[in-house]
Design a protein around this ligand. Structure first.
Ligand code: NAP
Length: 249
């Protein structure tokens, strides 16, 4: 069995996930570059210096999740770090502007089909991938799970009239991150006696496809806190942090 730590990053073919995968590889991890499009996963893995291997994985597809877990089991027998990064902000045409995404996501008009699709990836996908990978995480000496959430999902922040992103608290994307936070805490509570750490982390507001590249930070800047949490082997469990430190759930 290999001794270098093994990490899986979902949705790692671009954006923040790719940046996290690069940082993990640079820090000695064997990185599995999860991608729903196998060719884009292979292409992304080739851009990473170090031991990076594409792993086909659509987090909304049970057969794809099962096949990915079986491949990790067969190749490594364990998983040290799972980064649930894959996420979507809408299911409209690519290139929808941020203003259009926000307008379409208002609670009074949001399409329920779209809300369900966003939850399928951002919430149920995380539960499904985590459940499938747990037997492999349990084979690692000190496994960790990092869920890439968002400060726009914080109930504590959105309850504060001074929170600048309050107007984008939607029943789709933003609330899916609220639900992801709940999922994070639920896994953290159950897995704490086993020593498996589970944390949620918010990147900065980063220019990626998710927001039509209208974020204000570069991928390197926005991914800094997720990378810090992903690399932290001696940290706490059950936390929600962002670039400025601890975030309200
Ligand atoms: P991105 O560039 O759009 O990356 C999202 C990744 O998720 C892509 O690789 C995408 O694959 C993948 N993905 C989507 N659905 C998937 C599925 N069903 N199965 C597997 N992979 C899937 O956006 P990003 O900003 O880097 O987003 C990464 C994470 O950061 C997300 O969870 C997002 O919510 C979170 N986040 C981002 C920001 C920000 O400002 N950008 C802020 C807070 C939180 P394809 O390339 O095939 O679409």
């Amino acid at each position: 069995m290999q001794h270098t730590p093994v990490a899986l990053v979902t949705g790692a073919n671009q954006g923040i996930g790719l940046e996290i995968a690069k940082a993990l590889a640079a820090n000695g991890y064997t990185v599995l570059v999860g991608a729903r499009d196998p060719e884009r996963g292979e292409a992304a893995a080739r851009t990473i210096a170090g031991d990076a291997r594409a792993l086909p994985l659509d987090v909304t597809s049970p057969p794809s999740i099962a096949a990915a877990a079986e491949r990790v089991r067969a190749d490594f027998g364990r998983l040290d770090l799972l980064v649930n990064n894959a996420g979507i902000s809408h299911v409209g045409a690519p290139g929808r502007s941020l203003a259009e995404i926000i307008t379409a996501g208002r609670p009074s008009v949001a399409s329920l089909d779209e809300v369900r699709a966003v939850y399928e990836t951002n919430v149920f996908g995380v539960v499904a991938v985590t459940q499938a990978m747990l037997p492999l995480l349990r084979q690692a000496p000190a496994a960790r799970i990092v869920n890439v959430s968002s400060n726009v999902g914080s109930l504590g922040l959105n309850a504060d009239p001074a929170f600048p992103y309050r107007q984008v608290f939607s029943v789709g994307y933003a609330a899916s991150k609220t639900a992801l936070n709940a999922v994070t805490l639920a896994f953290a509570i159950e897995l704490e006696p086993e020593g498996i750490k589970v944390n949620a982390v918010s990147p900065g507001f980063t220019a990626t496809a998710l927001n039509n590249f209208e974020g204000t930070e570069t991928v390197a800047e926005g991914a800094r806190e997720p990378i810090r949490v992903a690399l932290e082997t001696d940290g706490p469990t059950g936390t929600f942090t962002g670039p400025g430190g601890v975030l309200a759930w």
